[in-house]
Design a binder for this molecule. Structure first.
Ligand SMILES: NC(=O)c1ccc[n+]([C@@H]2O[C@H](COP(=O)([O-])OP(=O)(O)OC[C@H]3O[C@@H](n4cnc5c(N)ncnc54)[C@H](O)[C@@H]3O)[C@@H](O)[C@H]2O)c1
Ligand SMILES: CC(C)=CCC[C@@H](C)[C@H]1CC[C@H]2C3=C(CC[C@]12C)[C@@]1(C)CC[C@H](O)[C@@H](C(=O)O)[C@@H]1CC3
Length: 341
């Protein structure tokens, strides 16, 4: 693939995370100068300038934004947390700090990593476009604050600061701390025998390199007067897959058995709601981590896949790695999670 060469300077907020680090690696490949801002340090690279701090503090952010052309904001607390204050502070208030720091530092382009989940409220979405309304009853705190965050970024688009939101869904690939490790953990505990629903619900899982490619194209598109300014874009593999086929391919690839026994979706969803309610009541006394939260049950049992036509039309996005290759590369990268005989 022909890669556009550039000497632009970027800042990746959350650059020590799963997506952020892949983005950093690809930006370096494409000859960008890269700064990373994060609250933790997970790798070293002499080509990168690191800034450690809290994105909620404009004063922490400003040094990292000096002479920066594009800011990529892909930091967030882990979605599995149920700490509303943390989500609100980092995803909403922190994003407002990022916007004001961009304005103060004279940064002209801001790319937010949002999520396709901002329109998902637990009911089927098939080939959903970006025109779907935001979820009126977001399914968890993570989604609720991702909505607030995206709205803030899109409405801050102006002559001096061009903004865009990229909405991936179900990102997977090497070094993902969430999807593959959770699935393997469930398999090791004997909890991956079950299929929620009829097993034929289509979803988007998106390979991390495709998500990265979408981010870079989105950032490059933000010229003065571009149609992309102030808009949200789905970035997918453009190849929805049955949720349970995807999980089975990952599990079989790593030597575990595929899920087999079907449980009715509605039954499990309501059980998960009731269990969550009791866990909330018991929270002052004991903290229980749910395997089947209502969000996970909904994600595992409904159709939810999205159209990326807008990204294809407006900035010539197309996925670089197809689903079979992406699953293969992912499975190969998790040698340590392979089942031992
Ligand atoms: N993983 C997915 O499936 C997925 C799907 C859609 C959207 N997203 C979005 O993509 C982005 C990246 O997700 P990820 O999976 O790479 O998560 P991650 O947890 O691997 O990375 C997030 C990074 O943000 C940093 N961070 C958190 N709070 C911070 C703060 N206050 N100040 C500075 N840094 C802070 C963390 O230290 C971490 O390195 C997030 O915005 C997430 O909402 C993820
Ligand atoms: C019920 C069951 C068998 C669950 C195991 C798989 C889950 C660990 C996994 C499947 C879909 C994943 C997912 C996310 C987390 C991990 C899963 C629930 C996200 C909620 C992570 C945060 C992202 O922003 C969400 C997104 O919008 O893409 C993810 C949605 C898919």
């Amino acid at each position: 693939m022909a890669v556009r060469r550039s000497k632009k300077k970027c800042l990746v907020i959350g650059g020590c995370g799963f997506l952020g680090r892949h983005l950093v690696e690809e930006l370096l490949e494409r000859d960008y100068t890269v700064n990373v801002f994060d609250m933790r340090s997970t790798f070293e690279d002499e080509m990168v300038t690191f800034f450690i701090g809290d994105l909620c503090k404009t004063e922490d952010l400003l040094p990292a934004m000096e002479n920066v052309d594009i800011v990529f904001h892909c930091a967030s607390p882990a979605p599995s947390s149920d700490n509303y204050q943390l989500f609100y502070r980092v995803n909403y208030e922190g994003t407002k700090s990022v916007i004001s720091a961009c304005k103060e530092a004279g940064v002209q382009r801001l790319v937010l990593t949002s999520s396709a989940s901002v329109v998902f409220e637990g009911v089927d979405i098939q080939n959903g476009s970006e025109d779907l309304p935001y979820a009126s009853h977001p399914i968890d705190y993570y989604t609720e604050t991702k909505i607030l965050q995206e709205k803030e970024v899109l409405k801050s688009n102006c002559e001096d600061l061009h903004t865009i939101a990229v909405r991936p869904h179900g990102i997977f690939g090497p070094r993902d701390p969430q999807l593959v490790p959770t699935v393997v953990d469930m398999a090791r505990k004997g909890k991956s025998k079950y299929i929620i629903g009829d097993g034929r619900n289509l979803v988007d899982f998106t390979y991390v390199k495709n998500v990265v490619h979408g981010h870079i194209l989105a950032g490059e598109s933000l010229d003065e007067g571009s149609v992309t300014c102030g808009k949200a874009y789905h970035i997918t593999n453009d190849d929805p897959i049955y949720f349970w086929d995807f999980l089975s391919k990952i599990l079989i690839g790593l030597g575990y058995a595929a899920p087999r026994y079907k449980i009715p979706y509605t039954l499990l969803f309501y059980i998960a709601l009731v269990v969550q309610f009791f866990c909330t009541l018991l929270k002052p006394l004991v903290v229980i981590k749910l395997t089947f939260s209502p969000m996970r049950v909904a994600l595992a049992g409904t159709h939810h896949y999205y159209s990326c036509e807008r990204a294809k039309n407006d900035f010539a996005y197309k996925p670089l790695v197809n689903m079979d290759k992406a699953i293969d590369l992912t499975v190969q990268s998790y040698a340590e999670l392979r089942k031992k005989d």
